[in-house]
Every structure is written in structure tokens, then in C-alpha cells.
Design a protein around this ligand. Structure first.
Ligand SMILES: NC(=O)c1ccc[n+]([C@@H]2O[C@H](COP(=O)([O-])OP(=O)(O)OC[C@H]3O[C@@H](n4cnc5c(N)ncnc54)[C@H](OP(=O)(O)O)[C@@H]3O)[C@@H](O)[C@H]2O)c1
Length: 291
């Protein structure tokens, strides 16, 4: 039996893992047992509770989907962002360490400053622009001090669950005649369901080969686009006549500075874990089948 704990399971990624986990009730030769928790059932800021939880439950993998993800509010709620994205990671690590539990921690492209012009590899220097990015980088460093950690950085996550750009544009383009969307920030959207499948594949491969390959990995869908391109594709698939206007970031000021370029290089995860990654347009089709 393999016991897999998912924290933050009511968020976008956690919900996708929950949706597809039944396909993975057998991993390698073992039966898989999943425990889905969120802030109400396993608050990762509660150190004592965490320690007790791992003392009384046998867990093989923790997938940490819990996070503070409000990028703009983080500029004001600095302490809260660091508490969830860094201090809570420390709490989890100190609770799982005695049992050598494997730790899969999710991070972000916002650890980079977005000044690159080639896709970011895992070993490129981080230099976050925002409080959110800084707090996530701090969380990564804490997680990587534990030798059984795998950090997966992803970008532009969307899902049929929760609030995200894809759902917002889908809704707005049926209500409005025009929308202004920035065209000078480029990256790659990631359908959270694809990332959920990749995480299962990673666990499966680790079990089959008896080798959990730790360290930092990048995962997003394939391809590159701007938020404007992404919005146009969403409007098209929504059969909307809404006109999408390209605007510059300077004309859409936000409290947190976003990276202008946040394309991730996925060669490492593809070769080490033998993962096939769908193109973002294919994944957007899959998302539209779902909503
Ligand atoms: N969203 C993106 O565009 C994006 C991009 C790149 C990377 N990421 C990373 O991907 C991961 C998953 O993101 P997501 O979009 O799925 O996030 P999400 O939808 O905001 O989900 C995060 C979950 O964590 C929960 N949580 C917060 N504090 C907690 C606590 N103390 N104990 C337990 N659970 C707690 C939240 O509960 P409440 O809602 O009740 O607070 C929420 O259910 C995160 O690490 C994020 O940084 C996200």
C-alpha cells in the first residue's frame, strides 16, 4: 500500500488531483490510498497538529498544494504570504522528517524576474520581483534542505475549479463587447489537470524504479503565448464575438510586478520522468470539454 497525502486539496491543483486520483488506485504493484486535506482538516500553520498527524498516520508521499496565491494582495499581506509559503513548508518538513516521507512541493515561475529571453532552466538564477515570488522562493529553499524533496515549478495555472484567468475571460467575453488584455507578458498556460497527471506519473515512475529523483523540475504546458493570445483563444472557444484588445502592461498597473517572460524549459522533467506534455491549445480544448 502507498499512502499519499494531498494538502490544500480544495484549491485548483488539489481539486484536479482529487478528480483524477481514482485512475491511480494501483501504482506499480501497490494499491494507492489517498488522503485529501485542506485548511479545515489539516491546517499547515498548526505545528502541533501536523506533528500529531504524521505520528499517527503512515504516509509515503506528501503533495503540498497548499499556498498563499493572491499575488497582488501579497504585496500588502507580506507576513501572511511568508507564513503560508515559507514558514508552513518548514512546519511540514519538520513533521515529516522523522519518517523520511517523500515531499512534492509546488512552486512558481514568479521566482524568476522575467528578464530572460530563453526558456528558464532549473539552474538559472532566481530573482523574484514580487512578495509572492520571494515567499515562494523562500519556501523552495526550505523544502530543498530536506533531501527527499522534489520542487515542481509551474506557471499560469488554470482549472475548472477555483478562480483563474481562463474562467474569468470565458465569463467576461460572453458579457462584454470588448476586453483589454496585456500582450507584452509571455509565458505558457498550464492546465492543472495535466500537472496532476504528471505528478501521478512521477510517483508511478518513482515506485516502479524504486528511485524518487529529487531536486527542482519545471512543468507547464508546451508552447508560448501572451495573455492576449490566451484570451483570444478562450474567446474563440467560447464562440464569443467579444473584441480582445492588446494593451501594454504599463496601461494595466497591478500592485505586484509580473515577469514579462516566464517560459519554463521542461527538458529535465520530460527526460528524467519520461513525461509527455500537451500543447497549451490542446489542453485548452480539454478544459472546454470540462466546463
Ligand atoms: N495559480 C497559479 O496561477 C499558479 C501559478 C504558478 C504556480 N502556482 C503554485 O501552484 C500551487 C497550487 O496553486 P493553486 O492555484 O491550486 O492554489 P489555490 O487554488 O489558491 O489553492 C491553494 C489552497 O491552499 C489552501 N491553504 C491556504 N492556507 C492553508 C493552510 N494554512 N493549510 C492548509 N491549506 C491552506 C487554500 O485554502 P483557502 O482557499 O481556504 O485559503 C487553497 O485551498 C501553489 O503552490 C501555487 O503557488 C500557482
Amino acid at each position: 500500500m502507498i499512502n499519499i497525502l494531498v494538502t490544500g486539496a480544495n484549491g485548483q491543483l488539489g481539486s484536479e488531483i482529487k478528480e483524477i486520483h481514482k485512475k491511480y488506485n494501483q501504482i506499480g504493484e501497490k494499491q494507492a490510498n489517498f488522503i485529501f486535506t485542506d485548511i479545515n482538516t489539516l491546517d499547515i500553520s498548526n505545528n502541533m497538529f501536523l506533528k500529531n498527524f504524521f505520528q499517527y498516520n503512515t504516509i509515503d508521499y506528501v503533495i503540498n498544494c497548499a499556498a498563499y496565491t493572491n499575488v497582488d494582495l501579497a504585496e500588502k499581506e507580506v507576513e501572511k504570504a511568508y507564513e503560508i509559503n515559507a514558514q508552513c513548508v518548514k512546519n511540514i518538513i519538520s513533521a515529516i522528517k522523522p519518517y523520511h516521507i517523500k515531499f512534492i512541493h509546488i512552486s512558481t515561475d514568479y521566482v524568476f524576474n522575467g528578464k530572460s529571453f530563453i526558456p528558464y532552466t532549473e539552474d538559472m538564477p532566481e530573482n523574484p520581483n514580487s512578495v509572492y515570488g520571494k515567499s515562494k522562493l523562500e519556501g523552495e529553499k526550505i523544502a530543498l534542505n530536506y533531501p527527499k524533496t522534489m520542487v515542481i515549478r509551474t506557471s499560469w495555472l488554470y482549472s475548472s475549479f477555483g478562480k483563474n484567468f481562463a474562467k474569468t475571460i470565458h465569463k467576461l467575453c460572453t458579457q462584454r463587447e470588448e476586453l483589454n488584455v496585456v500582450f507584452d507578458q509571455v509565458g505558457t498556460p498550464t492546465y492543472a489537470r495535466d500537472l496532476a497527471s504528471a505528478i501521478f506519473k512521477i510517483i508511478e515512475q518513482s515506485e516502479i524504479n524504486n528511485n524518487f529523483k529529487t531536486g527542482i523540475y519545471h512543468y507547464s504546458n508546451e508552447g508560448v503565448c501572451s495573455w492576449y493570445d490566451f484570451a483570444r483563444a478562450i474567446a474563440l472557444k467560447s464562440y464569443s464575438k467579444c473584441k480582445i484588445n492588446p494593451i501594454e502592461t504599463k496601461d494595466y498597473p497591478t500592485p505586484a510586478q509580473r515577469p514579462f517572460y516566464s517560459v519554463l524549459n521542461k527538458n529535465k522533467i520530460k527526460s528524467v520522468y519520461n513525461i509527455n506534455i500537451p500543447h497549451w491549445q490542446q489542453s485548452l480544448d480539454d478544459f472546454f470539454m470540462k466546463i
